[in-house]
Design a binder for this molecule. Structure first.
Ligand SMILES: NC(=O)c1ccc[n+]([C@@H]2O[C@H](COP(=O)([O-])OP(=O)(O)OC[C@H]3O[C@@H](n4cnc5c(N)ncnc54)[C@H](O)[C@@H]3O)[C@@H](O)[C@H]2O)c1
Length: 656
């Protein structure tokens, strides 16, 4: 067992570190008779029993409070629930708050302890690697507000931090890496010896070797304790612990806290900081190489992410640490030492403009029925991280078949959606953007007016693409995953594209003016599907006559886009749409038939509440499903492989 002392005058305390010591926690809390143990459902299930038993064995009164798992529970709402729980059980200032969990539980419990009756004692049992080496040490406690992270908080030192390194064995690989990023950070800012230790013992660390883990956690805690002892309230040197954080906060915020975990954002931030240090002459190539080396050894993120420069700089200027238009960066001079530097906005912009890396890109597809936005991280034409897809039903093509032009109301709806998309594009820090309009716009006599209207209202430049181009892009989007010959079918609202080919090329490509909205408008406007079914089928068969040449060929039938993906989400009755469960699902003809039966038995209103069916799709899902079935019949196939990758992915690879 190891002990690290955090020296802060009357606020001093010990950090105890050992392997498999959880069952002895009770023996280390002599002073307290009554304890509230706070944990979450994940950690609680694994370890609360051991902790409660140990406390009870020492004769303590224990009350256990369990929260759901997740950063969103580091909230004022959770704090209020815990205050109530403690008040109802007559907790007074002589009692103890004991946390058992990762950084979320540590921060929240610490905040509750700092504020309950003007502050009561608390002890941390950090269970994630990140919490053991960082969140539990130093006395910063906080909760999040909807407007941002850690906005409400206090400095409230624990009475003891009790670390059992054995619990790391149940942590996910991603969470282990999150902790390792902070550990690497400690070495870069403070100790070359620690850096060497980490590099030399990397294999043992990766295997979670018990002795090595204890030594590593001790070393990191010592570094953090040393820095905090010199500057408890972060008036000076403590800020070096924020190495990598200026950029990391932007990475977390621009990804809406959904793309990168804190530790991942920190290692990305460290990469940018080291590049910046070199650029402005504070550090040399050697520092950058040494840092890259250790990040690679532990397989930590070190991508350079290229956001929209203005969005990024604005965000960094809002950071608590930025003053007088100067950006504050912690920059390393060499491995083992770092300092705070003011960097002018101009210097930072000049530096950032020179960087290459993964660009945040967005594409918008303005279709007949829907408008879709896709945001992703792309490098050299490869989609490396999918951020988010948005979909709105705008029915731009409403009645275009009948009138030959786009209705004013439909254009208004589309522009409203595009305005919302523009907000998202800004909020994600998108660097490059491409907007395509497909069949409805293509067919409309007033398409130039529509595109000008979009430009005037939203600033977006829309390119109207041909059916062939649309087909080609869908094919590019889906192809990566298939090595055999495929026929890709992309059923849209106004047109459907078919492409036959493989990785070496395309040998059949055609766009037909048959789509779910078009079919509905033409034959089923009144929702009476049975009446016109045969006429509709004959029309589709006639329109798709050209497809029959494909019947001679060998291929897998691959389907993309909402009409087809919805077949799977309805079959699986998904409450929340889960792309992973939809992607590559092999959809059988009988399954499509059973969906069709279900859709036709329900009224439009009832369909809007059907599990797995987006209410906005309820109107055109019957006609869409009929199309799926008839296409399978024409192509003589009983199965269709569902792909989540469609024209959006194809466009994403193309956007410059
Ligand atoms: N106060 C500080 O100085 C400080 C410093 C760094 C980070 N933080 C805060 O810490 C939080 C992030 O901490 P985190 O990465 O530990 O997140 P977390 O608390 O959400 O834990 C990550 C995941 O691991 C699970 N988990 C924790 N221990 C486990 C174990 N032993 N076995 C299995 N699963 C386990 C958790 O339930 C959770 O699902 C953020 O809110 C951040 O702001 C605070």
């Amino acid at each position: 067992m190891e002990k690290v002392r955090v020296s802060l005058n009357e606020n001093s305390y010990d950090i105890i570190i050992g392997d498999d010591i959880l069952g002895n926690i009770g023996k280390n809390l002599d002073k307290y008779k009554k304890v509230v143990l706070i944990s979450n459902e994940t950690v609680g299930k694994l370890y609360s029993e051991t902790v409660i038993k140990s406390l009870k064995d020492e004769g303590k009164e224990v009350h256990y409070f369990e929260l759901p798992d997740g950063e969103k529970y580091k909230s004022i709402d959770s704090a209020l629930k815990i205050y109530d729980f403690m008040l109802d059980r007559n907790f007074d200032r002589g009692c103890l708050v004991l946390s058992l969990g990762g950084g979320v539980i540590c921060d929240l419990s610490g905040y509750v302890a700092a504020t309950y009756m003007r502050g009561i004692d608390f002890v941390q049992i950090p269970t994630s690697l990140l919490a053991q080496v960082d969140a539990s040490v130093g006395g910063k406690v906080a909760i999040n507000l909807p407007k941002g992270k850690n906005l409400i908080g206090a400095f409230h030192q624990p009475k003891l931090v009790y670390i059992d390194t054995n619990v790391i064995n149940t942590l996910s690989e991603r969470d282990i890496k999150t902790g390792l990023a902070e550990i690497v950070k400690h070495s870069i800012i403070y100790s070359k010896d620690y850096y060497d230790f980490l590099v030399d013992n990397a294999d043992k660390i990766k295997q979670l070797d018990s002795e090595t883990m204890i030594e590593m956690v001790r070393w990191s805690c010592e570094i953090k304790a040393d820095v905090v002892s010199k500057d408890e309230k972060e008036m000076g040197i403590r800020a070096i612990l924020n190495y990598g954080h200026t950029f990391a906060h932007a990475v977390e915020t621009l990804g809406k806290y959904e793309i990168y975990r804190h530790g991942e954002a920190v290692s990305i931030g460290m990469k940018i900081a080291a590049l910046l240090a070199r650029d402005i002459g504070i550090a040399g190539d050697d520092l950058l190489a040494a840092q890259d080396r250790i990040l690679d050894i532990f397989d930590l993120e070190r991508a350079v992410i290229i956001y929209n420069e203005d969005t990024l700089v604005e965000l960094m200027k809002k950071d608590k640490k930025a003053k007088n238009n100067k950006l504050k960066f912690i920059l390393p001079k060499q491995v083992g030492s770092a300092e705070i530097f003011d960097v002018s906005e101009e210097d930072f912009r000049n530096f950032y403009r020179k960087q290459n890396g993964r660009k945040i890109k967005a594409v918008i597809d303005i279709g007949t029925n829907t408008c879709r936005l896709f945001i992703a991280e792309v490098e050299d034409g490869k989609i490396l991280k999918k951020y988010k897809k948005f979909m709105e039903i705008t029915r731009l093509g409403e009645e275009v078949d009948k009138n030959g032009y786009l209705l004013e109301t439909a254009m208004d709806r589309t522009v409203e959606t595009l305005k919302q998309f523009s907000e998202e594009i800004k909020a994600y820090g998108v660097k490059e953007l491409m907007v395509h309009a497909t069949s409805a716009t293509r067919d409309a006599s007033n398409r130039d007016k529509f595109m000008k209207f979009v430009k005037d209202e939203t600033g977006l430049d829309v390119e109207c693409i041909s059916g062939e181009e649309e087909a080609r892009l869908s094919f590019d989007g889906a192809l990566d995953e298939f090595s055999d010959d495929i026929v890709l079918v992309d059923i849209g609202g106004g047109s459907t594209e078919f492409i036959h080919g493989n990785k070496s090329g395309i040998d059949y490509l055609k766009s037909f003016n048959v789509g779910s909205v078009r079919l509905k408008e033409k034959f089923f406007k009144d929702e009476n599907y049975k009446l016109n079914m045969q006429v509709a089928k004959s029309w589709v068969e006639k329109e798709l006559e050209g497809l029959r040449v494909l019947r001679e060929k060998e291929f897998l039938l691959v389907g993309v886009a909402g009409t087809i993906t919805t077949q799977v989400s309805v079959l699986k009755e998904m409450e929340d749409y889960n792309s992973d469960d939809v992607h590559k699902y092999i959809l059988k003809k009988e399954e499509v038939e059973s969906n069709l039966k279900k859709f036709m038995e329900l009224s439009l209103e009832e369909r809007k509440n059907l599990k797995g069916l987006h209410p906005k799709r309820a109107e055109v899902i019957v006609s869409g499903t009929l199309l799926v079935l008839w296409i399978m019949e024409i192509l003589n196939k009983t199965e269709i492989i569902v792909s989540e990758n469609d024209i959006l992915e194809g466009m994403m690879k193309k956007v410059k």
